[in-house]
Ligand binder design. Sequence first.
Ligand SMILES: Nc1ncnc2c1ncn2[C@@H]1O[C@H](COP(=O)(O)OP(=O)(O)O)[C@@H](O)[C@H]1O
Ligand SMILES: [Mg+2]
Length: 600
Amino acid sequence: MDKEEFLSEDILTGKIYDRTVIKKLLSYVLRYKASGLLSIFMVLITTVLFLLGPYLFGYAIDHGINKGDKALIYRTALAILGIETLRLILVVVQSYNIQAIGQKVMLDVRMELFSHVQSLPVSFFDKNPVGRVVTRLTNDIAAIGELFSAGVIVVIGDIFIIIGIFVAMVMLNWKLAIITISVFPIIVVIALWFGKHMKNSFREIRRKLARINAYLNENITGMKVIQLFNREKKNYSKFDEINDDYLKEQVKYIRYFAVFQPAINLVSALAIGLVLWYGAVRYMHGFLTLGVLVAFLAYIHDLFDPIRDIVEKYNIFQGAMASSERVFGLMKEPSEVDYIIPNPGKELSRRDFKGEIEFQNIWFAYNGSDYVLRDISFHIGPGQSVALVGVTGSGKTSIASVLTRLYEIQKGAILLDQIDIRKIEKVGLRYVVGLVSQDVFLFSGTLRDNITLFNPLSDSKILGTIESLGLMPFIDRMPKGLDMEVAERGANLSVGERQFISLSRIILYDPQVIILDEATSSMDPISEVLIQHAIQKVTQGRTSIFIAHRLSTILHCDKIIVLSKGEKVEEGSHEELLRLGGLYSQLYKVYMKEELIGHA
Ligand SMILES: Nc1ncnc2c1ncn2[C@@H]1O[C@H](COP(=O)(O)OP(=O)(O)O)[C@@H](O)[C@H]1O
Ligand SMILES: [Mg+2]
């Protein structure tokens, strides 16, 4: 996929105010209504307490100092101390409370998203890189969390403070208030200019960071190839370039930031100067008390911090909104369709299935109308074994995929015991039809975990089954038996050992129908003999579909279906097909040669 496209997808495009996103976010917050209301209430209280400070200064000056009332000065000083202490306690509780809400919301969103991701069809994962989905679940949700930690509530508090200070100013002296307000156009211009530049720079930073992540991801996953082909130096310098790019953008951002704060302070000084000048004149003429002037100056001092705070947090909010939009976007991805039969009377238990399979004129494409299966029909009786034969890309794996409904067919119908599989719940279908996939996926955990897929099965049950199929040699050669630690993606296991695990999974899962997709390909001869033998035992009496290029597996099948370019070209027993002298007999000759060479 186009890398730039992948990266640009992560650029912030969100609006700061998007009704549907906010509504959805609120729906999560509302689950914690009580804590939320408490937060808002506490913000209101702390704002009021905060505003009381300057007022009390003025009061102490006018009524205490000027009138020589010592007791009043003491009392005011104590009151200021008490109020500030109370305010700080509330701030602590408030900050704890809001962050806790934030964490809970993050947990909820993450769980819901994970559950949704689990419900997405396999085709979704074909089209979306793992990294992107992981980013939604981690970084994007963390960005939503920042809404809370960096403080929606703090910003709401900031707004309250600004409004409160204005009200207090107007009440104290409206003329001085007008003088203060006169510097606001300058503030607006500065805020808009810096806001715009910081926003762009912030976006670039995010984009460049995404690039670093993507590059690292690819490099670390592909380290083996990089080292084998001596790409280290080249990749190092490429990384240097990307990294440097990021650094430059960061420095740019820091520069804006560094200038922005003093710029606001300068305007604040201007306002203080103006008020001091005009206020002092008014004071000297006796129109104003000293206390009011001092209180006013203190309010101006407090007025600019919240303004700066809001501008600085704008980016965080925008980032959070963009992340929310992406997270909710992923939540809207349609889940796998599962039409369930209007129940035909009796509950189907998996034991009720005999394992008869019929493909009726199946057409299937992964994308649009690029059909990889074309008008395929065949019938497999209960307990029969069938081999699918054809060159790579002829559609064998695709048949397994549509039969297990990892993908949905476009035309035709697949019947299991005469029931259209679209009418069988997927969970049920997958109990009946088991697939040993071509690529074995292993999880980090013990061998036991990988065989049981973390189901609680007793060791005696596991070992008993493995023993009965003659597969004990695989366990015996593992250093700690079932307790052996399997590395991420099974890096510490051979191909044969992985196939052994994959086969053991299905045996313990015990389905009526087994599909084995190239279960013995590229295996050493000893492992192959063991696995082959076990497969024969397991498939006895079950409907089984072998996708194999080993002759030995094909020979004893009841029927062979030959595919070419998504079409069924031949069907019959080994002898019949050989007599036919078509594609199968050609493939057979090639196989024969391969077998001769392979076992020479
Ligand atoms: N997930 C997928 N998305 C798109 N095309 C696919 C996918 N898997 C397989 N194909 C294509 O479908 C065709 C049949 O593939 P497949 O069924 O895997 O063949 P086989 O198992 O016989 O080698 C091939 O052309 C392959 O490129
Ligand atoms: Mg295949």
